[in-house]
Design a protein around this ligand. Structure first.
Ligand code: GLY
Length: 415
């Protein structure tokens, strides 16, 4: 990109850089929004000093809306299922556009219980899934081990969810970057966003840490757990987004041990939960801790906890080379659900708060935000999750209602 004139006053947008949209944040959410928007013919600039190195790098890539179902999240389930359904086509289109593998693997998921109390938890989950009409099958311990012979004989039973899959989140990032590189109208600026530019009551662009400014018709804020920290963001436009630290391990399955595991294994272990995600290329991802912390140190306690629980379920794991420990920060909104849609500030669209489901929710978020940018509308499935649901009682709505308009009011205050 050409350099900006130093004579330009601070905060002034540079018309030479004007794009239809500037996306702040180059994780899987921001990159995929840019890709989908550019495919609709928009010019898009993505701003991130190190794209794909935050939560998108740390994640495990589980696409498991049924096996990770939580009580009270029936409304979110609809969004999660919608996004999971989009994945096969999304991954195929991305592979075509990038020339790279996406790492999508339709492998299914087995959720197993370690002891009788853990089995009761999974039995409750099974009954809840059945009430919602979701496909899952209860298996005895022996049946679990028939599917996954490396499981401990102690395993007390489990749930087979044949429709819950995975994608290699790191391959997904690489493919999105390659696709953006090949897509006309996209610019990637490897710099930190220092300030949201606002003129009157409208977002007009972003000032970068190096002093340059980028103007745009619309600004998309997709900066994960740092989204609410962007200087220039008017108070109340975004709810608080908190970091939720997750530590995660990567091991390698040597050829002699392959396949080791053939599908995602979720474990309920003495009341806690964890997961093992085997890649087709021999990587085994084991995660994840969950703490309301904002640092990315990997602790001995975190590694111990994960290996201890993984060993309870799959004793042979201690034979595998441990190749990486990592920590990332999930973006958590006040109701732990995504915040996607038009904000109270004209020209500002937000896409954050995806918490534990950022990779899963990538296709639906990208498609919805691209539609919003290009057409000014959002699909019904996303409409309940706009930022205005956190506003004052006369404008608020709960996602379960599913009918509120994301442009209902521009008056914003938090209860
Ligand atoms: N999606 C799994 C996690 O956040 O740990």
């Amino acid at each position: 990109m050409a350099a900006t004139s130093p004579a330009r006053p601070p905060g002034a947008a540079d018309p030479a850089r004007a794009a239809d949209a500037v996306v702040i944040g180059g994780g899987v959410i921001g990159l995929s929004i840019a890709w989908r928007a550019a495919r609709r013919g928009l010019t898009v600039t993505v701003v991130d000093p190190a794209p794909g190195t935050g939560a998108s790098h740390a994640a495990a890539g589980m696409l498991t809306p049924v096996s990770e179902l939580q009580y009270g999240e029936e409304a979110l389930l609809r969004l999660n299922m919608d996004s999971a359904d989009r994945y096969p086509a999304f991954a195929a289109e991305l592979e075509e556009a990038s020339g790279l593998p996406s790492g999508y693997r339709a492998c299914g998921t087995l959720a197993v219980a370690l002891d009788a109390d853990d089995r009761a938890v999974l039995k409750d989950l099974h009954a809840f899934q059945a009430r919602l009409g979701l496909a899952s099958e209860w298996l005895t311990s022996r049946e679990c081990r028939r599917l996954e012979p490396m499981l401990s004989p102690q395993v007390a039973g489990g749930l087979h969810v044949d429709g819950d899959h995975q994608i290699d989140n790191r391959r997904l990032v690489a493919a999105l970057l390659a696709a953006l590189d090949r897509t006309p109208g996209v610019t990637l600026v490897r710099e930190r966003a220092a300030e949201l530019l606002v003129a009157g009551d409208r977002a007009t662009g972003v000032r970068l840490a190096d002093g340059r400014t980028l103007s745009a018709g619309q600004v998309v804020l997709a900066a994960g757990c740092r989204s609410d920290e962007l200087p220039g963001l008017p108070p109340g436009v975004l709810p608080p987004i908190r970091p939720v630290k997750g530590e995660i391990l990567r091991l390698r399955i040597p050829g002699a041990y392959a396949p080791f595991l053939s599908r995602n294994v979720r474990g309920v272990v003495k009341g806690g939960s964890m997961y093992l995600v085997p890649r087709a290329d021999g990587e085994l991802v084991v995660g994840a801790t969950e703490h309301d912390l904002s640092d990315t140190e990997v602790t001995a306690g975190g590694v111990y906890e994960l290996l201890r629980d993984a060993h309870e379920l799959v004793p042979g794991i201690t034979e595998l080379p441990l190749v990486e420990t990592y920590a990332g920060l999930r973006p958590g909104s006040p109701d732990n659900a995504p915040v996607v849609g038009a904000s109270a500030l004209d020209g500002l669209v937000v896409a954050t708060g995806h918490y534990r489901h950022g990779v899963l929710l990538t296709p639906v978020t990208a498609d919805a935000v691209a539609e919003l940018l290009a057409e000014g509308t959002v699909p019904d499935v996303v409409r309940p999750w706009g930022p205005l649901r956190f506003t004052a009682p006369n404008t608020a709505h709960r996602p379960d209602g599913g009918t509120a308009s994301s442009t209902a009011s521009k008056e914003v205050s938090y209860a």
